[in-house]
Design a protein around this ligand. Structure first.
Ligand SMILES: [Zn+2]
Length: 193
């Protein structure tokens, strides 16, 4: 029976004790199966320890950032001044990304409207909403995506009572959502029909 020496534990073991590796001349790994699994369990242990540590000190990291926010913003501005080329390529990348997502709209505006929308929407989610109701809303958005695949016109999920409204402010709740065409939604804007 053929045997091979493991380079880690220096034991001579049968070839079945090694997993395959086509890059090696004999088609087997240099480490035996036992050594490989031992090694991985070790890295797993360290990874878990690191994550646990991070979890335990999460608040500390957050507080640190809050205290030193100005310092870090200052630093990043300094870095940007020293690396104009890197900043340029990064912003170009971002513009390309948003161009693909929304053709015909400037990247800056897309980002702004996205931020604003996200902010208002999360402000309009009442705290008493149950998990099921949140899930229902997710399903409405998913349903729109499915309908979109078959629909020739662009569809939007609309708030029946607008959450940007000037007179009244609607809520981001399942019973305030409806799927309508994009053109209808744009005509409607933030008015109640
Ligand atoms: Zn070994």
């Amino acid at each position: 029976m053929k045997r091979k020496k493991c380079i880690s534990c220096k034991c001579r073991k049968v070839t079945e004790a090694f997993s395959k590796d086509r890059q090696n001349a004999d088609g087997l790994r240099h480490y035996c199966r036992d050594c490989v699994s031992k090694r991985y369990s070790k890295t797993d242990k360290y990874r878990k320890r690191r994550l646990d540590y991070y979890k335990a000190h999460k608040q500390q990291y957050k507080d640190y950032y809050k205290r030193n926010r100005n310092y870090h913003t200052q630093k990043s501005y300094e870095w940007a001044a020293l690396n104009p080329e890197k900043v340029k390529t990064a912003s170009r990348k971002m513009i390309e990304k948003y161009k693909i997502q929304r053709p015909g709209m400037s990247a800056h505006n897309t980002r702004l409207s996205e931020l604003r929308r996200h902010k208002t929407r999360s402000n309009c989610v009442p705290k008493w909403l149950t998990k099921d109701q949140l899930k229902t809303m997710e399903q409405i958005y998913a349903f729109r995506a499915i309908q979109q695949m078959e629909s020739p016109v662009l569809l939007h999920v609309d708030h029946i009572i607008p959450i940007h409204g000037t007179e009244v402010c609607g809520l981001h709740v399942p019973w305030n959502l409806q799927i309508i065409t994009a053109s209808d939604n744009c005509k409607k804007s933030n008015k109640i029909l």
